[in-house]
Design a protein around this ligand. Structure first.
Ligand code: XUL
Length: 505
């Protein structure tokens, strides 16, 4: 059996799989806002004092880890049969730790909680998360030092991006030089949680490491130009980099004593949620696009060699099974739908039904920016006339426009994530792209991907695992309605005019 964990923006989840029978045997999660209310989060994060600052407390993730294992035990999950564990995390979040971290990890006592023992190890009490866009002056400074955004694009596969660790570390070292001085290790959320599981500081995997603006995609090592432009002494504070399926060690005695794992349970490196979702959707090789409709919407696909987005919005990360992946991230995802649903006072069923009415030429797609958007960089837009139809049309027309750098459309699109349960949403996606849309059996593709990475690291063939676990739902393919094609071509033009005007303001 293999265990996959997923530390996302709003919750920590677990999936236990039986690789031989091809079954998911247990699934459970801890929702930060409701299960750990003392952290005072909304949807798992808090806002900072400056505009566009978004943080989570890394100890909330740590406390969730203890609670998640407790829940698995309460469900009689056979943790003693787990051969390997891996995990997925929201990308780009950094955890700053002092020198005590190494000692604390090596000496975790099962009679005390993880947070009790690890809270003193933080050299920064909060972690900025992917929603954070407060680092524009830091981005400008890094861009100036390296000699332009094209340099970062060609070295790291991404332009200097506000939520990525380079800009976030630059900001921290600039605002709090003393605390930066005290920082002994900078982990990603993924490598931080992997380190706790195996009781020593682990490497960062190539796939999540590529989302830092610090890794050189050609050498798969930290890049001196990027490090020096970011913060003094950064190289010595970063872990090494390694392939995702690397076994980092055996599970720490803390977890064997407390939750019944066997001492020889292997821990492989953790990765980012998008690389893990690539595996969990079974899209190991180029040819299919995945659109994940979660807190953020992400659009990604496997690619053989890094191509870059000339507009600088797309990113290149590693594919955990080898090669690369291309990704664009849209900040106004599911939370925009939640905000509209609440404002209209309607149920999800009513939201869905409103989308089954076909689009017309006289419709007017809105700019779906409830919050500042990152693809493209846009301020929030007026939402007073937004309807489910205009919101979902606007969201997918925006994705359609910003996916042109990937070249030709694929044969089909896979959808995953909570919002993909809506038939109206999937039909709209299919109509706008004029491609069949397949829904996956699981909506937890990141946790499943982590479980498959654990099995792969333990010797299972990943292609075979993908065939076994990642089939689309039978009878769930949504086909495009050709009569909507000319209508959406017109709506796309209207959308672009509106977008252009908005970006000029
Ligand atoms: C990707 C990104 C988001 C987070 C969400 O670049 O920022 O998809 O990974 O968890």
């Amino acid at each position: 059996m293999y265990l996959g964990l997923d530390c996302s923006t709003q919750s920590l989840s677990a999936i236990l799989i039986d690789a031989r029978s091809g079954q998911i045997t247990h699934e459970t999660s801890v929702v930060y806002e409701t299960d750990l209310p003392h952290y005072g989060t909304t949807h798992g994060f808090v806002r900072g004092t400056e505009p566009d600052e978004f943080f989570s407390d890394p100890m909330m993730w740590v406390e969730a880890l203890d609670l998640l294992f407790l829940r698995l035990l309460q469900q009689n999950a056979p943790l003693s049969l787990v051969k390997a564990i891996s995990g997925s995390c929201q990308q780009h979040s950094i955890v700053c730790l002092n020198g005590h971290f190494h000692y604390a990890l090596a000496n975790l006592s099962p009679s005390r909680s993880l947070i009790d023992q690890l809270a003193p190890c933080l050299s920064r009490p909060v972690s900025p998360i992917w929603l954070d866009a407060s680092t524009l002056p830091d981005c400008d400074d890094i861009i100036r030092t390296i000699g332009g955004n094209a340099v970062s694009l060609s070295i790291t596969g991404s332009s200097i991006t506000p939520r990525f660790p380079a800009a976030q570390i630059h900001k921290y070292a600039r605002q709090f030089p003393d605390r930066w001085h005290e920082t002994d290790r900078v982990h990603l959320a993924s490598s931080f949680l992997a380190s706790i599981l195996c009781g020593h500081s682990t490497a960062i995997d190539y796939s999540d490491g590529a989302g830092m603006n610090l890794m050189n995609l050609a050498t798969l090592d930290w890049d001196d130009t990027m490090l020096e432009a970011t913060a003094p002494g950064l190289r010595t504070r970063l872990p090494s980099l390694a392939p995702t399926k690397t076994i980092a060690g055996k599970v720490s005695p803390y977890f064997t004593a407390k939750y019944g794992f066997r001492p020889n349970t292997q821990c492989s490196l953790w990765s980012g949620d998008n690389p893990c979702s690539l595996v969990g959707t079974g899209v190991l090789r180029p040819g299919t696009w995945v659109i994940s409709l979660g807190t953020s919407y992400t659009h990604f696909t496997a690619i053989d060699s890094p191509i870059t987005d000339p507009d600088g919005y797309g990113h290149i990360f590693g594919n955990p099974t080898g090669g690369f992946m291309a990704l664009s991230c849209y900040k106004n995802g599911a939370l925009a739908c939640v905000a509209l649903k609440q404002k209209l006072g309607i149920s999800w069923q009513e939201f869905d039904q409103a989308l089954l009415i076909p689009p017309t030429e006289s419709d007017s797609p809105i700019l779906p920016f409830y919050e500042t958007e990152i693809t493209p960089n846009a301020h929030a837009s007026d939402q007073s006339l937004t309807t489910p139809r205009s919101l979902i049309d606007g969201q997918f027309l925006n994705i359609f426009h910003h996916s042109r750098w990937l070249g030709e459309l694929p044969d089909s699109i896979l959808v995953t994530g909570g919002i993909s349960k809506s038939n109206g949403v999937c039909q709209t996606l299919s109509n706008i792209f004029q491609r069949p849309v397949h829904r996956l059996k699981t909506s937890s593709s990141a946790a499943l991907g982590a479980a498959l990475i654990a099995a792969h690291a333990n010797g299972h063939d990943v292609e075979q695992l993908a065939i076994t676990f990642c089939q689309p739902q039978l009878g769930e393919t949504i086909t495009p309605d050709p009569s909507t094609h000319p209508i959406y071509q017109n709506l796309a033009k209207k959308f672009l005019v509106r977008l252009h005007d908005h970006l000029q303001k």
